[in-house]
Design a protein around this ligand. Structure first.
Ligand SMILES: *Cc1c(COP(=O)(O)O)cnc(C)c1O
Length: 424
């Protein structure tokens, strides 16, 4: 029936936005981990699909979103832009607060936006298997879903401590047909060395990355997929901000302040970069706030320098804010924010003064989550609650200044799999 057109994708942005096209000064390039020389992109061909590498290094402003990916997005996008009327009332603020709700995505977070694009690029090149690592399972479950959709099998090395303590997302990965194994395990050289000494070794993301990369290098039909940090991942997440821009424009509005939490930087970049770019091209200059946990403060407490993405030192050197590759973050509940580094593009914008970084303490984060849950009726992911803590602080500030400004933030996911964290 005409009225029930399945062309919902006609309402979606047709292109991803690449902020590198609008930067006067580019970030420093990645370096080869062995030689310390600028990396030749072809050296990455054994690891990533070539289509992904092309997007990673491009400075084109707009990238067309393939029809098959748009069709997959249309199942859950555009995600809602919600006016937080009850939260506004609760805070008694003149500020207008809007949130972009990525929790309606399959698996409940923004991560599937890049997972679908990466699985599509792999399938186009005949890649049979995508390999990755996961901590609590947000990224692993997103990639498992996307792989199933595009006919690419998925193998996930899951940090053993999470595998045993947080089985929820492991079950989701299995339901999507992915192979999930405890890391460190007996199937790789990197894993065996540790597994033989202690079969209960709790593991770490750094070890799981080492196992995943080794597996890819040994299997020519396999490639690696990463859920954050890289320029290409940030490019895919721009769909969040592009939709928000259109949704706000429909109300005749533009944001004054844009806020997101940062782990590797992808959901923050997703909601903010299209607006940063507008400002760089002569449009409205908004304020951008990246929010991180006080106990894992790469932007506010780290150094801007070259560092490895993993603890084993296998990955290329990235120029980013880092706490050092050997930094072991405390076991906070927002697992997705426990990363020693930061996306080079987010680091670059902070260094240029275009983005402000802020660290928030865990008690304030949980108080914010509770305020949001009891006013807006959505239990936020503990990661997203960091953004909410900053939103509440900004809204209170606006009240003091009696300023009617527009605050936009990214509610990157729901917290339904994090009930244990809330219980504690
Ligand atoms: C993984 C995750 C994050 C952190 O990752 P970024 O790359 O910084 O976005 C934030 N929120 C949720 C819900 C996540 O799953």
């Amino acid at each position: 029936m005409e009225r029930f057109s399945d062309r919902k994708q006609d309402h979606l942005p047709s292109h991803f936005y690449n902020i590198k096209a609008d930067l006067a000064e580019q970030p420093k390039p990645p370096l080869h981990p062995g030689t310390g020389e600028p990396l030749d992109p072809s050296a990455l061909r054994a690891i990533f699909p070539s289509g992904f590498i092309e997007q990673e290094i491009s400075r084109e402003r707009w990238f067309p979103i393939p029809a098959a990916v748009l069709a997959a997005y249309a199942q859950y996008r555009p995600t809602p832009l919600v006016y937080a009327a009850e939260l506004k009332k609760r805070l008694g603020t003149p500020a207008h607060i809007f949130y972009k709700y990525e929790g309606v995505s399959p698996m409940g977070s923004h991560k599937v936006n890049t997972a679908l694009m990466q699985a599509y690029l792999a399938s186009e090149e005949g890649v049979r298997q995508l390999v990755t690592e996961t901590g609590a399972g947000q990224w692993g479950s997103a990639l498992a879903y996307a792989g199933e959709r595009f006919g690419v099998s998925v193998r996930v090395f899951m940090v053993r401590a999470s595998y045993r303590q947080k089985p929820g997302r492991r079950v989701l990965m299995n339901l999507s047909g992915a192979r999930v194994e405890e890391s460190p395990g007996p199937n790789t050289e990197a894993g065996t060395a540790l597994f033989d000494k202690d079969p209960d070794h709790p593991g770490s993301l750094g070890i799981a990355i080492a196992e995943a990369v080794e597996t890819v290098l040994k299997n020519p039909a396999s490639r690696y997929a990463l859920g954050s940090v890289l320029d290409g991942v940030l490019l895919h997440q721009s769909i969040i901000g592009l939709e928000a821009e259109k949704q706000l424009a429909g109300l005749g509005l533009e944001p004054d302040t844009v806020i997101g939490c940062v782990g590797g930087g992808s959901n923050f970049a997703g909601i903010s970069f299209p607006f940063v770019g507008k400002g760089l091209r002569g449009g409205k200059k908004a304020e951008f706030i990246a929010v991180e946990p006080e106990v894992c403060p790469s932007l506010t407490g780290g150094e801007l320098r070259y560092d490895h993405g993993d603890s084993a030192g296998l990955t290329p050197l990235l120029y980013m804010h880092t706490l050092g590759k050997d930094f072991i973050p405390p076991a906070i509940h927002a697992g997705g924010l426990r990363y020693h580094g930061m996306a080079p593009l987010v680091s670059h914008l902070v260094a240029q003064g275009l983005v402000t970084a802020r660290a928030v303490p865990q008690d304030e984060v949980f108080a914010a989550a509770r305020t949001f849950f009891t006013s807006e009726g959505i239990l936020p992911a503990p990661e997203s609650a960091h953004a909410i803590a900053a939103v509440i602080a900004e809204a209170r500030q606006a009240k003091e200044e009696n300023r009617e400004k527009v605050i936009l933030f990214n509610l990157s996911g729901h917290g339904h799999f994090d009930i244990q964290a809330y219980a504690q």
